[in-house]
Design a binder for this molecule. Structure first.
Ligand code: SF4
Length: 271
């Protein structure tokens, strides 16, 4: 397989290719979903704030205890700082995160009757919540389509040749122009799943990737089936190999549960 060239690609050609890749991603990752555990908008906002600079797996280990103790905005607003810091310590940056959560509780009480608002412009004014967190909350707790540009989304959309841009807000708007609005939230999950399981930061599994024929960065990682299949991660690694036309027997071992390569999210201010 040769690397597809995008040198002479028109804006319309890029949009068509992007939509085709989005459909392949939908087939490749039917299990894509928000990997943070939550039951309501407040819990999701809190979990997303905690996910800065750590893994979703680590956040999910901490939140059951946190959510048992703090159930409402007043609980966060009136929290004992030392107690909350102790719970948040495993997520890193626990003092700053404690500040954000107490500030969030206070701001929700002052401005929104203790409820998480369902609008982007109101969400981004809350402590600890930037565009990325706001879009996660909108898309997954309110059903409002949102594009979540995290470290994976930024890396992959550049590799896909959808954008040539590092600014997260600009990437969000560029991709929004290419992909139908109703698909924004799920596209975000699928791109992030692909980034965690196939298209890794250091060595992507190009030779075992369902997007190979459409990706101008094909060849960034090994293109032969055997070394590429070894790079596939997650409980569906064998299925990912089959989807890419590679023998599942080349996938060494399957680890159920969390994805080993579930690396840290980009903090809100890392634009
Ligand atoms: S793994 Fe390789 S072919 Fe697949 S999306 Fe990433 S860079 Fe492109």
């Amino acid at each position: 397989m040769t690397r597809p060239s995008t040198a002479a690609e028109t804006a319309l050609g890029r949009k068509r290719r992007a939509r085709k890749m989005a459909r392949v991603l939908a087939d490749t990752h039917p299990d894509a979903h928000c990997e943070l555990d939550f039951t309501d908008p407040l819990e999701l906002a809190v979990a997303t704030i905690l996910s800065a600079q750590t893994t979703d797996v680590r956040v999910n280990q901490v939140t059951p205890r946190l959510f048992r103790k703090y159930r409402t905005a007043p609980d966060y607003a009136g929290a004992d700082r030392a107690e909350m810091e102790e719970i948040l310590r495993p997520t890193g940056f626990f003092r700053a995160k404690t500040n954000s959560l107490i500030g969030l509780g206070q701001a929700l009480l002052e401005r929104h009757d203790g409820q998480i608002p369902g609008k982007l412009d109101e969400l981004v004014k809350l402590p600890g919540i930037g565009r990325k967190t706001a879009n996660v909350v909108l898309g997954n707790a309110f059903g409002v389509p949102g594009i979540t540009v995290d470290t994976h989304f930024r890396r992959l959309t550049n590799r896909f040749g959808w954008v040539d841009e590092q600014d997260e807000v600009k990437i969000e708007f560029l991709v929004a122009d290419m992909i139908e609005k109703r698909d924004w939230t799920m596209l975000s999950h699928r791109v992030i799943f692909h980034g965690r399981r196939v298209c890794h930061a250091r060595t992507p599994a190009c030779g075992a990737c369902t997007l190979a024929a459409l990706c101008p960065s094909y060849g960034t990682g090994p293109t032969e089936a055997a070394p590429a299949a070894k790079l596939l991660k997650g409980p569906r690694a064998r299925e990912l190999a089959v989807a890419a036309g590679v023998s599942p027997d080349l996938v060494p071992g399957v680890s159920p549960g969390p994805v080993p390569g579930n690396d840290a999210s980009v903090p809100e201010n890392d634009a």
